[in-house]
Design a protein around this ligand. Structure first.
Ligand SMILES: [Zn+2]
Length: 266
C-alpha cells in the first residue's frame, strides 16, 4: 500500500492499512485503510467489501473507489468530500474466503451474519473478521457506511432482520439517490425485501451508531464473466458511492449522537 498515493498526488491524501486476519503463513490480501490526513478530526464514512469471498467484483469496486478519490482531487465533489470527511475503505473483510473464492471464512462462518443486532439472542455466527470491522465502526461511529456485495443489483437499507420499518427518511433517500446514480437496472429497497438476514453489517451500524448504513448489491453475478463487464460494474459502483456520499453530506448531523442506541431495542 506504500505505492499509494503515487507521485504527484496531493499529500493530504494517504492510505493507512490496518491489521487484518488471514490464515497463518498466508499474507493478508488487503485490510482496512483510511483516506485523509488525520481521520480523528473528521466525521467518518466507511466502505467495505468482500464480506463474502466469492463476490469477486466487490474488492475491485473498492479499489476503484479509492482510485477515483485519489486521482480526481480537483473534481469539486471529490475535493469537498476529502476535505470534510475521513473515508475508510476496507476492501477485503474476508481474506481467507477470497483466497478460496468461497462465501464463508476459513472456519465456515458467514461474516455478514456475525454482527450484533437488536435480536442478539438469535445471532447465528461470531467471527474475528467481523469483530475487526465492528471495532472500527465503534471507533469512528461513521455518519454513513456502505457494504459492497454481489448477487443482485440493488441498494438496501436496514432492517434486514425484521420487516418493521423505522420510517427513516434519510436512509431511504440515500438508498434511492445511490440506486438512481447506478442506473435503471438498480432498485432501492428495504434489506428484508431482498432477503431476511440476521446480524448483517448495515443493521449493526445503523442500530448502534445511527449510521446511514446501506448494502450495495453491485452485480447479479459473483464469478466475473469478463474484464469489460467488471469495468462496467466498478464504474457503476463508484457512481453510486459518490452519489451516496454527496447525499449524506447534505443531511444534517444527528445532534443526539447515538439516539438509535437508546430508543431501538427489541
Ligand atoms: Zn454478499
Amino acid at each position: 500500500m506504500e505505492a499509494w498515493p503515487g507521485p504527484g498526488t496531493p499529500r493530504r491524501t494517504s492510505i493507512d492499512v490496518r491489521s487484518k486476519l488471514a490464515e497463518p503463513g498466508r499474507p493478508p490480501t488487503c485490510g482496512p485503510g483510511a483516506l485523509k490526513g488525520d481521520p480523528k478530526d473528521s466525521p467518518a464514512i466507511d466502505f467495505n467489501g468482500t464480506h463474502h469471498g466469492d463476490e469477486l467484483a466487490t474488492p475491485e469496486a473498492m479499489l476503484a473507489l479509492a482510485d477515483h478519490l485519489i486521482t480526481h482531487p480537483d473534481e469539486p465533489e471529490v475535493a469537498k468530500l476529502l476535505e470534510k470527511y475521513a473515508i475508510y475503505l476496507q476492501p477485503v473483510v474476508n481474506p481467507d474466503g477470497l483466497a478460496a473464492q468461497k462465501r464463508k471464512n476459513a472456519e465456515g462462518a458467514d461474516l455478514n451474519r456475525a454482527y450484533p443486532y437488536p435480536r442478539e439472542w438469535f445471532r447465528f455466527e461470531t467471527a474475528p473478521e467481523a469483530e475487526l470491522v465492528k471495532d472500527l465502526v465503534d471507533e469512528i461511529s461513521p455518519k454513513g457506511a456502505v457494504a459492497f456485495h454481489s448477487g443482485a443489483r440493488s441498494v438496501l437499507w436496514p432492517w434486514g432482520y425484521k420487516e418493521e420499518t423505522l420510517g427513516d427518511a434519510n436512509l431511504e433517500l440515500a438508498s434511492r439517490v445511490a440506486a438512481e446514480a447506478m442506473g435503471p437496472n438498480f432498485e432501492a429497497l428495504q434489506s428484508i425485501q431482498d432477503y431476511k438476514a440476521f446480524g448483517d453489517f448495515a443493521d449493526y451500524a445503523y442500530w448502534r451508531h445511527g449510521t446511514i448504513a446501506l448494502t450495495f448489491e453491485i452485480s447479479n453475478w459473483q464469478i466475473l464473466a469478463n474484464v469489460g463487464e467488471l469495468k462496467e460494474i466498478v464504474a457503476t459502483t463508484v457512481r453510486g458511492s459518490m452519489a451516496f456520499m454527496t447525499a449524506l453530506d447534505r443531511m444534517p448531523d444527528d445532534p443526539d449522537g447515538n439516539l438509535l442506541t437508546r430508543t431501538l431495542g427489541e
